[in-house]
Ligand binder design. Structure first.
Ligand code: HEC
Length: 133
């Protein structure tokens, strides 16, 4: 008899414990969600106000100059300055390299992809005719 009574109590305890654990987990998940929202606002990528001097030159300097500055000792392909970069655009080598397309050398070399936003900004600039603005 005693055994049966404690057996009946067990399921209730389990359900209660499960609910506590579940609500705790949910509160952590919702917390993480809000923090992520603040860290990565969904519309942070500006592909409207893209200019060579304000957007593109900075990306190329930060991500590519290790191998593509004016000397271009690592690659033999200087991308420093508007004229150098524009010649790669005109040769149709830039976007294919950044998108790692077949027939292109994937860039930045051995470093995976650029952040998607930076690729989108470069694509927008090229689509605009790669102006020197
Ligand atoms: C670690 C060195 C390194 C970095 C960083 C790097 N490149 Fe290169 N890049 C090279 C080398 C070396 C080549 C010559 C081709 C090869 O060996 O893959 C090259 C070739 C290229 C080419 C010609 C590709 C083709 O298929 O014709 C383009 C365009 C290019 N790089 C753009 C970039 C851009 C844009 C960045 C920055 C986002 C970048 N690279 C970062 C080393 C690098």
């Amino acid at each position: 008899m005693l055994d049966m009574a404690s057996n009946q109590k067990y399921p209730m305890n389990r359900i209660f414990t499960s609910l506590v654990v579940l609500s705790f987990a949910l509160s952590i998940v919702s917390c993480a969600y809000h923090v992520e929202d603040e860290l990565y606002p969904p519309d942070v990528c500006d592909t409207i106000n893209v200019t060579y001097s304000g957007t593109i030159a900075g990306i190329i300097m930060t991500q590519c100059f290790d191998c593509h500055d004016a000397q271009a000792l690592e690659s033999g392909i200087p991308l420093e300055g508007y004229t150098n970069l524009k010649s790669m655009v005109d040769a149709n080598r830039l976007i294919g390299a950044l998108r790692h397309l077949n027939g292109f050398s994937p860039m930045p070399k051995d470093r995976g992809f650029l952040p998607e936003c930076e690729i989108l900004q470069i694509e927008k600039w090229v689509a605009n005719g790669a102006p020197n603005n």
